[in-house]
Design a protein around this ligand. Structure first.
Ligand code: M6R
Length: 365
């Protein structure tokens, strides 16, 4: 049942090319435009939307943080991203001019389901992005977009996350296409990139043994910092969660520009740093932040493009992803972090598929 892999988590990491290909294909027209026929949306639907709320838990929340960048950039509607267990007990300003998007692999997470009901109570229109057909969340939402990740068994979410990113990116393109806030050239550029993505994922998966080696050096660490800016910050949050969840090593993700406001005090030679640098608009700032932590003695693993000549000058070591559009980069840069979490857990002798204290589907509040 594990298809020759020692654990479900590794199997599911390696299923990402297929999961991504399947999720891309159903939303692509032959002419390279994007389609979500089941939504039945028109340009006019957006005349009644002022803001978008994304709410979810854990990894799905992290996918929402990336989607905020996608939607605001392409669709030009303000997006807020809320942790479901916080949103549902807040006094939200959600109205009937809000579109609420919930993201949930299982479709059964109770806080996400209740957050969706809360948003609907305020009149919001709703859409669920889920991996589970007929799940409670799929039934509760007005509209559903399915990720085609296939069953995810390991508690740590991997292929569900990358397919969520794909589905949310394509949804953002679709909304922008309807509203006329994006050029067809840009849509084609990104959809061409999405068609190539499974191949690019295969390339990044070749870093498996490299990440196993890096894991050897992380297993003794007490604290590991994950840094990024812009979309890379959201990816750093996911990388840190993955490591904590399966390796039980404390990890913290930080917006690299915030380091100076306190956290830099914690950086020493004993705190390895993982630095994600795929967002060209802020790469020079990111290089400065890497130099800051390196100057405090930290070993830095940089994650960046294969043609980035600068990154290696400042880091201890790098892991490279192919050069892709910077909206697509997060779907690749998270993969070395998934592998790193996996190997760190296995090398520490943990039950990587069933980490302590955690359940695959969180149906208690
Ligand atoms: O099924 P959901 O996507 O609603 O689950 C949400 C979180 O419980 C889940 O993503 C959790 O954070 C993962 N175990 C992280 O790997």
């Amino acid at each position: 049942e594990k298809g020759g892999y020692p654990h479900f988590m590794l199997k599911e990491i390696f299923e990402q090319p297929k999961a991504v290909r399947d999720t891309v294909q159903i939303h692509l027209n032959k002419d390279g435009s994007v389609t979500f026929p089941d939504l039945g949306w028109t340009k006019e639907c957006f005349e009644n939307i002022d803001n978008i709320l994304i709410t979810a838990c854990g990894t799905a929340y992290h996918a929402g943080l990336v989607a905020k960048h996608y939607i605001e950039r392409f669709v030009k509607i303000p997006v807020s991203v809320e942790i479901a267990s916080e949103y549902r007990y807040s006094k939200p300003l959600t109205t009937n001019r809000t579109l609420c998007i919930v993201v949930s692999q299982s479709g059964e997470t109770i806080d996400t389901l209740e957050a969706l009901k809360e948003a609907k109570k305020h009149g919001a229109k709703s859409l669920a992005v889920t991996n589970s057909i007929g799940s409670s969340i799929a039934r509760e939402a007005d509209h559903v977009v399915y990720t085609l990740a296939g069953p995810e068994i390991a508690v740590a979410s991997t292929k569900a996350y990358t397919t969520q990113l794909v589905a949310l990116l394509m949804l953002a393109l679709y909304m922008a296409q309807l509203r006329g806030t994006i050029s067809m050239d840009l849509i084609h550029k990104i959809t061409d990139g999405l068609k190539d993505l499974p191949k690019q994922i295969e390339k990044v998966l070749k870093e498996k043994d490299h990440m196993a080696e890096v894991a050897d050096r992380l297993i003794k660490a007490h604290d590991i910092f994950y840094l990024g800016r812009s979309i890379d910050y959201a990816i750093a949050m996911e990388g840190a969660l993955k490591l904590k969840e399966v390796s039980y090593i404390h990890a913290e993700s930080y917006a690299a520009g915030e380091l100076k406001h306190g956290t830099l005090a914690l950086i020493t030679a004993d705190t390895p740093v993982i630095a994600v640098a795929t967002q060209d608009a802020v790469s020079s700032k990111m290089y400065s932040n890497i130099q800051e932590v390196k100057a405090r003695g930290a070993e830095v693993l940089g994650i960046g493009y294969e043609d980035d000549k600068e990154l290696g000058k400042y880091t201890t070591e790098t892991v490279r992803i192919p050069r892709v559009d910077f909206f697509i980069a997060p779907i690749l840069s998270v993969i070395p972090m998934q592998l790193l979490a996996y190997y760190t857990s296995v090398k520490r002798g943990n039950d990587v598929d069933k980490p302590r204290n955690l359940a695959k589907s969180v149906t208690v509040e």
